[in-house]
Design a protein around this ligand. Structure first.
Ligand code: ADP
Ligand code: MG
Length: 325
């Protein structure tokens, strides 16, 4: 059984006619000790997916499908069980460490908090554990008394990683963990996360708009567009030989790691992903696709392909289909 198995996950914000479908039927699977990357431009539903995995979405969000963590469905879990699973079963590292940390408390206390909440230990033992965790992420234990504003962006992100590891989770979800950092620090932090999860046999689901970053860290990649996975396969194959025109456009847009200028407007990829409230008919990428055919307006494709590398594109589903344009 996989560590994480996502089946037919759908998330809509709001209800009725005004509902916005942000995630539209996502299937994913991740084994313990493996690293899966989720790529895609802003607005494609990556964070919605990440938050859905631990049911951290606002109450306006409607979810359906299954999120199986070690076979147990997070979406139907009782509240008490869910609280136990958060931190100890799976934990999340967000992008903006400054906003996730409490500005008026020492970082050591903040790392100790989930430990106290989830493990039967004394306050002193939790403090010691916080010091060990700081050292694990490359900060001196003495930094425990520092406030977030006394640390650099990279150091704060290290604190977030220490917190995520605090209760020994089986899965870590990292949503754009280094996007706010400069390239050098980004590489250090990614190396740190990659090393720690491998060492401990933790599953990592890492989200980024930057395909180059993900290809560097992850074993497999899934590319999201307009709330769906449109390509999925081994990291190297997706990055260097994408099957979906959107996958190709993304890898061309991120030729090197940490090109933050590409964030809002990936190079060679004009336009924006569609507003989920106003999706075009057929393939959602069609209006931007340099290779679109007439048939692409008819229906969205399912993922197809061999050898564990699949894409949702009519050219993969029916390679001879060009003649129908
Ligand atoms: P990404 O992380 O890939 O940038 P998001 O999951 O943040 O994408 O957003 C996907 C879509 O859902 C966007 O169109 C966004 O505007 C919409 N969305 C995100 N959060 C909310 C919310 N709380 N209420 C309504 N719509 C939202
Ligand atoms: Mg996001």
């Amino acid at each position: 059984m996989s560590l994480l198995e996502v089946r037919g996950l759908r998330v809509a914000y709001g209800s009725g006619a005004g509902a916005v479908a942000a995630v539209r039927g996502v299937d994913l699977s991740l084994d313990a000790g493996r690293k899966l990357g989720i790529a895609g431009e802003s607005g494609c539903g990556k964070s919605t997916l990440a938050l859905a995995l631990l049911r951290l979405l606002p109450p306006t969000a409607r979810l359906s499908g299954e999120v199986l963590l070690d076979g147990e469905d997070v979406l139907t879990m009782r509240w008490g069980r869910l609280r136990a699973v958060r931190w100890a079963g799976a934990s999340i590292v967000f992008q903006g460490a400054m906003h996730s940390l409490n500005a008026v408390r020492g970082v050591g206390d903040q790392i100790a908090e989930p430990v106290l909440l989830h493990q039967r230990v004394t306050r002193a033992a939790a403090r010691r554990r916080a010091g060990e965790l700081l050292e694990l992420v490359g900060l001196p234990a003495g930094r425990a008394g520092s406030f977030p504003h006394e640390l650099s962006g990279g150091q704060r992100q290290r604190v977030m990683i220490a917190m995520a590891l605090a209760c020994g989770p089986r899965l870590i979800v990292a949503d754009e963990p280094t996007t706010a950092l400069d390239v050098m620090i980004q590489a250090q932090i990614l190396g740190l996360i990659g090393g720690l999860v491998t060492e401990r046999g933790i599953g990592l689901l890492m989200i980024s708009h930057d395909l180059a970053v993900l290809a560097d860290v992850c074993d497999r990649l899934a590319v999201m567009y307009a709330g769906r996975v449109v390509e999925e396969g081994p990291a190297g194959a997706v990055y260097t030989a994408a099957l979906h025109p959107y996958g190709r456009a993304l890898s061309a847009a991120f030729p090197r790691v940490g090109d933050s200028a590409s964030r809002r407007a990936p190079r060679g990829l004009p336009g924006d992903p569609p507003d989920p409230a106003a999706l075009p008919g057929g393939c959602a990428f069609r209006p931007r696709c340099p290779e679109a055919l007439a048939v692409c307006a008819e229906a969205e494709q399912e993922l197809t392909g061999d050898g564990g590398h699949r894409a949702a594109c009519v050219r993969v589903a029916a390679p001879g289909g060009e003649g129908r344009a």
